[in-house]
Design a protein around this ligand. Structure first.
Ligand code: SAM
Length: 320
């Protein structure tokens, strides 16, 4: 089975020509495998020792001390391990660790996770906060909400308050209450496509991308409303589509003069800057500070952008 032709054509338009072949080839390769030790209920050396005993060789991740990679063939061993079953490790791709690492939450802060299920990043936030402070997790899909609660309970994230709600209404009810906000937006999940799994793209199409883009704008607006002046917000997706990434941020930057994109330096070779334009639309030059993570042997494709709400005078809106 091959990927949808329109998807591949769009990738050719989105990516630098030097990256295109590698990205297309990544959809046929084994998925990378990695995990995070849940430091709320486990100690890293103990977990690594236990995994070593069942034959799993782990490698450190220099930029995230609680994360480890393994060869893809060990994925099933991890899934069957006691450490996974009892919530001491959480299997997650390295890319999905980036937003929490960039937000860098501290114990005692007020943090909002606006699209939270199944809870991988909520648990990561809780662990970095050492279960101290305020962490609110919002999810709109009932079945996913219960999965989130189950994962949080298993992982010992006792500080989290969960809400079965549409995240688009949260900002107006909790204005300027949070030091940090994570918006891991629902998206077309293009990074999860795999040639052996046609189901992975069965709902894909430009209509779906447009639909997601609309929803993402509503969620981002709400997320920014909930952020206190001086606070930071991480926006991320696992999509390549500019309509779901740069265009969403650009739309908000155009409307909110208090907002700016924070420069981040990721210690990775597979990161490219955000797009400056898409089709006929020019984006704010600030979008060059957004990060497009390309798929690699260890990471899934990802988009992440760190925003800050100014506590000073608003900058002028751009005229176009
Ligand atoms: N952050 C999660 C994690 O790391 O485990 C993954 C989040 S997933 C990319 C996006 C989530 O947003 C999905 O669970 C989806 O059901 C939820 N969602 C979709 N629309 C939403 C809305 N309007 N309000 C809140 N959550 C929403």
């Amino acid at each position: 089975m091959s990927l949808p032709a329109e998807f591949v054509e769009r990738l050719q338009e989105i990516l630098d020509p030097a990256d295109f072949e590698n990205v297309v080839a990544s959809f046929s390769k084994p998925r990378p495998a990695s995990f995070r030790v849940n430091t709320l209920i486990a100690e890293i050396p103990v977990v690594l020792g236990e995994l070593e005993k069942i034959g799993v060789t782990t490698r450190e991740v220099p930029w995230c001390p609680e994360a480890f990679t393994v060869n893809p063939e060990f994925r099933s061993v991890l899934v069957e391990s006691d450490a996974f079953r009892d919530g001491r490790i959480y299997i997650q791709n390295l890319s999905s660790l980036l937003p929490v690492c960039l937000l860098d939450p501290e114990p005692g802060q007020a943090v909002l996770d606006l699209a939270a299920a199944p809870g991988g990043k909520t648990l990561h936030l809780a662990a970095r906060m050492a279960n101290q402070g305020r962490l609110s997790a919002v999810e709109v899909v009932r079945s996913r909400y219960y999965k989130l609660r189950q994962n949080l309970q298993l992982g010992g994230a006792t500080l989290v308050k969960t809400y079965l709600k549409d995240g688009r209404g949260v900002g107006s009810k909790t204005p300027e209450q949070f030091d940090l906000v994570l918006l891991d937006a629902p998206c077309s999940s293009e990074a999860r496509f795999h040639v052996d799994d046609p189901e992975s793209w069965s709902y894909w199409g430009t209509r779906k991308i447009r639909e997601q883009s609309r929803k993402q704008r509503g969620l981002l607006k709400s997320a920014i409303q909930a952020l206190r002046p001086g606070g930071r917000l991480a926006y991320c997706t696992c999509s390549f589509a500019p309509e779901e990434n740069e265009a969403v941020i650009d739309w908000q930057l155009e409307r909110d003069p208090t907002l700016s994109v924070v420069e981040v330096k990721l210690p990775l070779d597979n990161v490219r800057v955000g797009l400056s334009d898409w089709r006929s639309k020019l984006f704010s030059p600030d979008l060059a500070r957004a990060c497009r993570v390309l798929p690699s042997a260890e990471m899934d494709a990802f988009f992440v952008c760190l925003l800050e709400k100014s506590s000073d005078r608003p900058r002028k809106l751009r005229r176009r």
